[in-house]
Design a protein around this ligand. Structure first.
Ligand SMILES: Nc1ncnc2c1ncn2[C@@H]1O[C@H](COP(=O)(O)OP(=O)(O)OP(=O)(O)O)[C@@H](O)[C@H]1O
Ligand SMILES: [Mg+2]
Length: 315
């Protein structure tokens, strides 16, 4: 089967979901009891919220899950009327072949406040026949009355070692060779996002290549951490022209954007301060300049000029 690996390797059962162990254990209790309160899944992108919701629905509703399940996506209109009509029509019917019905609302943080208030009323009205699963990236964007009606589950970014194990499993299944460094590089870019990790893996293998550091850098447009480190070391030791060359090469050859450059410079500087390799006083001055550079680039200033100006602050 071809197609995106994120779909091909979306776990279908609760026990196959990577990480999130405590959450899965709590959810499996609901499956055993054949009942559940309203749930809210919150956490960063690509860590398994939608996947978990679908797996839970299948195991708790059993054979007739399709008939008793309503999913409303972010792409659907999210006005008050849509919420009312869809949910009302669905909830009026009795559950068939299952203990209750489930409504899954993905990306609730994109709903307007008015729509959220309408949703809250629907949640109250149908407590006997239906349970809700709400999913969002930021629970702070959800009105309090909804939050207080839900058991809240906070999904964490996936640990590096868990991502590596999953990527190895996929490589072996797809019969692609890999080396540890290549997978570590993917983990560095994914920042706990499993969807991103799997997507980078698939892109890195699209040429039929083996997954190593080079093939990963081919497909991500970020700078190599080693280049950023060299750039900063050169700037700090007064070699402005050397630093400028690395900056230009990275942006031209690797295609790294100005925003990504500033972020990676910030990460490297932060790492040095944590490792005690930089004077805190100097760091405080520097961080202000990094913040200014970041702001100006985002506002549309020429990234190369801004970054070169930033380098002068390191001298
Ligand atoms: N915990 C996980 N275990 C295994 N695969 C995962 C996990 N989380 C994410 N994935 C992979 O990433 C894909 C996307 O995950 P999912 O749709 O569940 O993310 P999400 O948390 O709902 O993200 P978003 O906030 O962007 O909606 C899945 O199809 C799967 O391939
Ligand atoms: Mg989702």
């Amino acid at each position: 089967m071809s197609g995106p690996w994120v779909e091909k390797y979306r776990p279908q059962k609760l026990e196959d979901i990577v990480g999130q162990k405590q959450i899965i254990t709590r959810l499996q209790k609901y499956v055993g009891e054949e009942s559940m309160p309203n749930l809210m899944f919150t956490g960063p992108a690509g860590v398994g919220k939608t996947t978990t919701a679908l797996a839970l629905v299948k195991s708790i509703l059993g054979e007739y899950w399709r008939q008793n399940f309503l999913e409303l996506n972010a792409s659907d209109a999210r006005g008050i009327e849509t919420v009312r009509n869809n949910i009302k029509n669905f909830c009026r019917l009795k559950p068939v072949g299952a203990p209750f019905r489930i409504i899954f609302l993905d990306e609730v943080d994109n709903m307007t406040k008015d729509a959220q208030h309408a949703l809250r009323r629907e949640m109250e009205m149908y407590t006997k026949t239906a349970s809700f699963i709400l999913s969002c990236n930021y629970s702070s964007k959800i009105i309090d009355p909804i939050q207080s009606r839900c058991a809240i589950f906070r999904f964490a970014p996936i640990k590096g070692e868990d991502i590596v194990a999953r990527l190895k499993y996929i490589c072996e299944n797809e019969k692609f060779e890999y080396d540890e460094k290549g997978l570590e590089t993917i983990v560095y870019f994914a920042e706990g996002d499993m969807r991103k990790a799997v997507n980078v893996l698939q892109a890195a293998t699209s040429e039929g290549e083996i997954v190593n550091e080079e093939s990963v850098y081919e497909v991500v447009s970020k700078a190599k951490p080693q280049d950023i480190s060299n750039l900063i070391t050169k700037a700090l030791t007064g070699d402005f022209m050397g630093a400028r060359t690395i900056l230009r090469e990275t942006m031209v050859l690797q295609g790294t954007s100005g925003e990504d450059m500033v972020t990676q410079i910030y990460q490297e500087v932060s790492k040095r301060i944590v490792d005690g390799k930089m004077d805190p006083e100097f760091y405080i001055d520097l961080i202000e300049s990094i913040a200014n550079c970041d702001f100006r680039i985002r506002e549309g200033a020429n990234p190369r000029i801004q970054l070169e100006a930033l380098l002068t602050k390191f001298l």
